[in-house]
Design a protein around this ligand. Structure first.
Ligand SMILES: [Zn+2]
Ligand SMILES: [Zn+2]
Length: 358
C-alpha cells in the first residue's frame, strides 16, 4: 500500500510500504480523509519539531522516517482479538494522542499534557496519509450515523478549538477577539459561537481567510495590515473584549491579542511557536490580565470526552466543517498540491484533505 513518510525538513516521500498486521486490541482502518495541519507544515518547513529524529519517542519507540498525518477518519476493515466496542464497517475519527498513562498529568486525567505527549502521525505510531492504518482500538472514536466519514477528519482540529474555548472561561454573551483565522482560528470561532459568544472580532491579514471567518460566525473582520486592530477593538468594546485567542503564532498578533482584551480579561494562546516572542508584561500586570495556553483536547485512553462533544455538535449542525475544506487531493499529490500550496503566502487554501484511496 501507499503511505507518506516524513524523513526530514522538506523531505516527505510517498512510498510503497508493508501493511501492518492487526494485533490484539487493534483495528485496521481504511483511511477516507486526512487533513494537512499547520503542525505538519511546521514540520515540513522548520522541523523536525514533534517528529523524533535522534532519540526514539518514548511511547512510539520510533525515529524518522515516520508515517505522517494525524487528522484522519476512515472505516474499520478488520478488528483484532479482544476488541469489543468496534466492528468492521464502523466509521471512526482518530484521536491521535499518545500518552503514558503513568505520569502525574495522566493520573489526573489530563492525557493531553502528558510528560511524554505524542501524536500518531507526528511522533511515530501510524499516520493517516496512507491507504490504511493499524492502531490500538482506543484511538478510534465512532462517528455514529449522523456525521459523514469525511467530516471525521475535521474532528481533531475542531476539538482543538473547542478545548481552547472551554478552557478560556468564555461565558455566554462575552465579547471575543480571535487573532488569526487559519483552520484552528476558524475552529475557535465556531466553538465560541456555539458557546453563545457575543460579538466576535477577527483580525486576519488574508482576505480569503477573513471571508471564511465570516462563514464560521465572526461578526466583525479587521485587516491588521491596514487597520490598527487594538485601537479598533478597544474603541468599539469600551476598553477591550472579555476573551481573546491568539491563533497565529506571531509576536505582533500575541501583543495585539493581549492589548485588545479588557483589564481582568483573558488571552488564550492556542498556536504552536517557531520562535520566541517579546512582550511588555506591564500589559498583563497593570490590567490584571490573564494569559494562558491550551494544547490539543481532553480525552483518551477511551478518547471520547471532547471528541464526543465535537461529533455530537457535527451531527446537529452546531459545528460545520464545510468552510474549512478548500480542496481534496490524492495521496501522490500530497507535497506538490498539498504542502507547497498551503505554505504559499498568496494561497487562499485553508484545509486540504488528502483522499488516499481515491
Ligand atoms: Zn493538527
Ligand atoms: Zn503521561
Amino acid at each position: 500500500m501507499r503511505a507518506a513518510l516524513y524523513y526530514d525538513r522538506k523531505d516527505i516521500r510517498v512510498e510503497d510500504v508493508e501493511e501492518d498486521t492487526v494485533g490484539q486490541g487493534q483495528v485496521r482502518i481504511e483511511v477516507d480523509s486526512c487533513g494537512i495541519c499547520g503542525s505538519d507544515l511546521h514540520e515540513y518547513t522548520a522541523g523536525p519539531i514533534f517528529v523524533p529524529r535522534d532519540d526514539p519517542h518514548p511511547l512510539s519507540q520510533e525515529t524518522a522516517p515516520i508515517r505522517m498525518g494525524h487528522e484522519y477518519s476512515g472505516v474499520i476493515t478488520d478488528v483484532g482479538e479482544s476488541v469489543t466496542d468496534l466492528e468492521v464497517g464502523d466509521a471512526v475519527a482518530i484521536n491521535p494522542i499518545l500518552s503514558c498513562g503513568e505520569c502525574r498529568q495522566c493520573r489526573e486525567g489530563n492525557y493531553h499534557i502528558c510528560d511524554s505527549i505524542g501524536f500518531l502521525g507526528l511522533s511515530g505510531g501510524n499516520g493517516g496519509f496512507a491507504q490504511s492504518v493499524v492502531v490500538d482500538e482506543h484511538h478510534a472514536v465512532p462517528l455514529g450515523d449522523d456525521v459523514p466519514v469525511e467530516y471525521g477528519a475535521l474532528v481533531e482540529p475542531l476539538s482543538v478549538g473547542l478545548h481552547a474555548v472551554r478552557r478560556s472561561g468564555l461565558q455566554a454573551g462575552d465579547s471575543v477577539a480571535v487573532f488569526g483565522s487559519g483552520p484552528i482560528g476558524l475552529a475557535v470561532i465556531q466553538a465560541a459561537r456555539a458557546a453563545g459568544a457575543g460579538t466576535i472580532y477577527v483580525s486576519e491579514p488574508r482576505q480569503a481567510r477573513r471571508e471564511r471567518a465570516a462563514d464560521c460566525g465572526a461578526d466583525v473582520l479587521v485587516d491588521p495590515s491596514s487597520t490598527d486592530a487594538v485601537e479598533y477593538i478597544t474603541s468599539n468594546t469600551d476598553g477591550g473584549v472579555d476573551v481573546s485567542f491568539e491563533v497565529a503564532g506571531v509576536e505582533a498578533s500575541f501583543n495585539d491579542a493581549v492589548q485588545s482584551t479588557r483589564p481582568s480579561g483573558t488571552t488564550t494562546v492556542v498556536s504552536i511557536w517557531e520562535e520566541e516572542a517579546s512582550t511588555h508584561l506591564n500589559n498583563v500586570v497593570l490590567g490584571e490580565r490573564t494569559v494562558t495556553g491550551t494544547l490539543a483536547y481532553l480525552g483518551g485512553p477511551r478518547s471520547d470526552e471532547e471528541y464526543g462533544m465535537v461529533i455530537e455538535m457535527l451531527g446537529d449542525g452546531r459545528l460545520d466543517p464545510d468552510p474549512f475544506i478548500t480542496d481534496r487531493i490524492g495521496l501522490d499529490e500530497l507535497v506538490d498540491e498539498g504542502f507547497e500550496r498551503l505554505i504559499d503566502p498568496e494561497s487562499d487554501h485553508v484545509k486540504i484533505l488528502v483522499k488516499p484511496n481515491e
